[in-house]
Design a protein around this ligand. Structure first.
Ligand code: PEP
Ligand code: MG
Length: 848
């Protein structure tokens, strides 16, 4: 049955709506209320964690319709969708219908067993009856805001200058002008000189600023006006009209969350408020589950006003300094983004994309440049003032979600300020295990945290949706957010305890209270240790097949945490990360040290190092000459093709690998191999590198050589390749895009470039068969391998090894342990006979 969730600012209101609906349906419909927030003194508000818990409570596999009262309720519901596993989020519909009428109509339909779309339609039509009775027909386009192209409607209310051009439209995409459409507007306007403003009601902002657009909180179905002045104003508006007609780049009816497999796939942990245990607790927002006790250490972000007496150079040189710092910050963020995506998944990395957008925001950088030019301020002072002001205006916004973005702005501001002043990066520094206190922690602070020293985190600001909270959850650090002034006067060294599951914080707890908390902590710790201890056990199916579970890493530093998560080796070391975000390639010695470090962190365990896989979506500017200007980089000089064309570069890497293998056993894997000729050429170069080392008398070790199977040609020739390769590892990310002819990064074709498509699964089956026939192991290291939902199918397809990001490993192992080979093989057979990925997904969810 379709479930219904009511999101309201007031728990009492929500309860009343629930009672009414239950009365109408005799309580037959799964209906949950996410009402109010966990703050006894200010209980009015909405909380994404509550929305998420409510959705989980009512979802029974047929989908969930979410109805909201107003304002931040929508934001909270959207955020909850982002936090839910993609397969759950894909079955949730946010419904713009009026709350009371909508819930009643939806509940009645759901109670008679209607499907998700029918329930949604009924809710949307709920106001019609009332309107008819009042003799006030609804406007024609007032219904489903997710449908249809932008429709020009009435003129805007704000007065326009005489020479301005205007474009008025109804925002067609359901989520409105959220960050990505806003970024697209800014990008589309890039080539035009016109001054373009966005008008909503009485409010007018620059349409060239992602920040400013976001502050308008434009939703799907809202009417807005773009007002342009300047020589090319008409052309700028034409470009905007085209963008709007394309749904502002959003997929029609997109939920804002990808339905693609992989990533964290349900790894997220969620706290529940309320379970008070020991007295004296102060309340915060549960941000990351677990209990911590330890000495407090304050982290104060290094975003301090620059010294008063700072002397400015001439404006041109101050402006140049600012540009250099902005460029360097962009590079740092790109590196953080790639690292986080490889370590924790794409969703976690999105914050750094947002930070880059903030950096590129024309109004922020523009305001700073203007201060430098007009007031002759030093770059530091100008930048500080602009960020400080912008963050303050974010803090004043009524929407909690937007207020939390102030921390992101300060984080970006601090990064640029540090680069301007040349100060070293200042992540929280701890010299002993401590509870970290902070006004708020930005994602960059989090990326620098040493989880071994941070017992827990208490932030004064932020909420469950702040990125610090999301990252704390993925790092397994207990955290309480939004503790307000409660902990503000705590001095360093004072004992602080917290329960990230309930949101409780204790400052200097009395001995008896401390004893209670300690026993709770011990129980939590024991449970966690049991889970981690379980993680280190091999993943053996109920009938005794050992499926090896390995880690994908992007740097040597990722290996040790992966081991703690239970990795039985490294299945994919993406070495291109060593080459990105720098001015020149790492030399042989630097590479050797990196490969040795990764292998040393996995003592006695297999480590597969993939040779440089650049090109395609991973350009390296200082190596771009050969592949520059390609029309189709994904079909161009990528992976092994690039390396064979850059012989010296490749030889250096091969020498470094052979030398590292003298210290630790290593396996080498070549990416993007299409046919045996490439493998032979790469092996010839490997032997050339070895011969040179022999001639120089340098130590070198034996290496097994395998290939990634990610090009359809390699599957077709898998029998031939298997004779020359020691192992196969299937890269489903690329294999899916090449099999389906659908760009892996293009959301519009995400349904096609889906590794669960039977066309891709058949390629996996054929690769496994060729590997088995030749007696070589077959692994999978694409994102599909880490999808808990897909694992029984992959086990049934006969894969020997699954390699995935570290945090996904414990759950993946658990899923394998529940598998029965015969049942999994039957599942695989059925999946291979289905027509598309959606059908396979239904089968995996028990529905097909
Ligand atoms: C793949 O293509 O599945 C893969 C693991 O390689 P990458 O994602 O690095 O291209
Ligand atoms: Mg690949």
């Amino acid at each position: 049955m379709v479930g219904i969730v009511v999101v309201t600012h007031s728990a009492v209101l929500g309860q009343g709506v629930k009672e009414l609906a239950e009365q109408m349906t005799q309580g037959r419909v799964p209906l949950a209320v996410a009402g109010g927030i966990d703050d006894p003194e200010h209980p009015i508000g909405t909380d994404p964690m509550r929305v998420m818990a409510a959705i989980e409570a009512v979802q029974q596999g047929d989908g969930v319709v979410v109805l909201m009262d107003l304002g931040s309720a929508l934001m909270s519901a959207e955020t909850a969708l982002d936090l839910l596993p993609p397969e759950v989020a894909a079955q949730v519909r946010l419904c713009p219908a009026p709350l009371v009428e909508g819930v009643m109509a939806a509940a009645v339909q759901a109670s008679i067993g209607a499907d998700l779309d029918t329930v949604l339609r009924e809710a949307l039509a709920a106001l019609a009856a009332k309107a008819e009775l009042l003799g006030m027909p609804l406007p024609q386009d007032g219904g489903d805001a997710s449908a249809g192209a932008a429709a020009p409607v009435a003129s805007p209310t704000a007065p326009a200058p005489d020479d301005s051009h205007e474009l008025t439209l109804m925002v067609p995409n359901r989520l409105g002008l959220h960050a990505r459409p806003a970024a697209r507007i800014v990008t589309v306007l890039g080539p035009f000189g016109a001054d373009v403003q966005l008008v909503r009601g009485e409010r007018v902002v620059s349409a060239r600023s992602v920040n400013r657009i976001a502050t308008l909180a434009v939703r799907g179905g809202d009417t807005v006006t773009f007002r342009a002045t300047g020589a090319d104003a008409a052309q700028a508006l034409k470009a905007l009209a085209e963008l709007a007609a394309e749904n502002f780049g959003d997929i029609p009816d997109a939920t804002g969350s990808s339905a693609r497999p992989g990533g964290q796939d349900g790894q997220g942990t969620r706290g529940k408020a309320g379970a008070a245990g020991a007295p004296g607790a102060k309340g915060g927002v549960p941000a990351s589950p677990g209990i911590a006790v330890g000495p407090a250490v304050w982290h104060r972000p290094a975003f301090d006003a620059p010294p008063q007496g700072l002397v400015a150079g001439d404006p041109a040189s101050e402006a140049a300094r600012l540009e250099t710092a902005l460029d360097a910050a962009r590079r740092e963020l790109a590196a953080l983004e790639r690292r986080t995506a490889a370590m924790a998944g794409k969703q976690e990395a999105e914050i750094f994309v947002m930070h880059r957008l903030l950096l590129d925001d024309a109004t922020i950088a523009g305001d700073a440049r203007q201060r430098i030019a007009e007031r002759h301020e030093p770059a530091e002072a100008a930048w500080y003032a602009v960020i400080d002001q912008a963050a303050e205006s974010f803090r004043q916004l009524p929407e909690g979600y937007m207020r939390e973005r102030a921390a992101d702005l300060v984080d970006v501001g601090a990064r640029v300020l540090r680069l301007l002043t040349g100060a070293p990066p200042s992540g929280p520094r701890l010299d002993r295990p401590s509870v970290l206190l902070a006004a708020d922690l930005g994602p960059s602070d989090m990326a620098h945290l040493d989880p071994a020293l941070v017992l827990g985190i208490v932030t004064m600001q932020g909420g469950a949706t702040s990125h610090a909270a999301i990252l704390a959850r993925s790092m397994g650090i207990p955290a309480v957010a939004g503790a307000g002034a409660l902990a503000a006067n705590v001095a360093d060294g004072i004992t602080v305890a917290l329960d990230g599951t309930t949101g409780e914080v204790w400052i200097s707890p009395a001995p008896d209270v401390l004893a209670t908390i300690e026993s709770r902590r011990a129980a939590w710790h024991a449970a966690r240790q049991a889970a981690l201890a379980g993680a280190s056990r091999p993943a053996v199916t109920v009938d005794g097949r050992h499926v090896h579970v390995h880690a994908n890493i992007g740097s040597p530093a990722d290996a040790a945490p992966a081991l703690l998560n239970g990795a039985e080796g490294v299945g994919l070391f993406r070495t291109e990360f060593l080459f990105l975000d720098r001015a020149a390639a790492p030399d042989e010695e630097e590479q050797r040290a990196a490969y040795v470090a990764a292998a040393a962190a996995m003592p006695g365990l297999p480590v597969v190092v993939r040779t440089l896989d650049i090109g395609g979506d991973k350009p390296v500017p200082y190596l771009a000459d050969l592949a520059a200007g390609e029309d189709n980089p994904f079909l161009g000089l990528r992976g092994i093709r690039f390396c064979l064309a850059r012989r010296e570069l490749f030889l250096t890497q091969l020498r470094a690998l052979l030398r590292a293998a003298a210290e630790h056993p290593l396996r080498i894997m070549f990416p993007m191999v299409a046919h045996p000729g490439e493998l032979a050429a790469a092996k010839t170069l490997l032997e050339e590198a070895r011969a040179a080392l022999v001639a120089q008398g340098l130590p070198h070790g034996p290496v097994e050589v395998g290939i990634m199977v990610e090009v359809p040609a390699a599957v077709a020739l898998a029998d031939q390749l298997a004779r020359e390769a020691a192992f196969f590892s299937i890269g489903t990310n690329d294999l899916a895009q090449y099999v389906m002819a659908a760009d892996r990064g293009n959301a519009a074709v995400a349904d096609l470039s889906d590794a669960l498509h039977p066309a891709v699964l058949r390629m996996v089956r054929d690769t496994v068969a060729a590997g088995n026939a030749a007696g070589i192991p077959v692994a999978m290291c694409g994102e599909l391998a880490g999808s808990a939902e897909a694992i029984p199918l992959l086990v049934g397809l006969g894969l020997d090894e699954l390699s995935m990001n570290g945090p996904a490993i414990p759950r993946a192992k658990d899923v394998v342990r529940g598998c029965d080979m015969a049942a999994c093989a039957r599942l695989a057979e059925r999946a291979l006979d289905l027509p598309d990925a959606a059908a396979v997904r239904r089968l995996l969810r028990g529905g097909g």
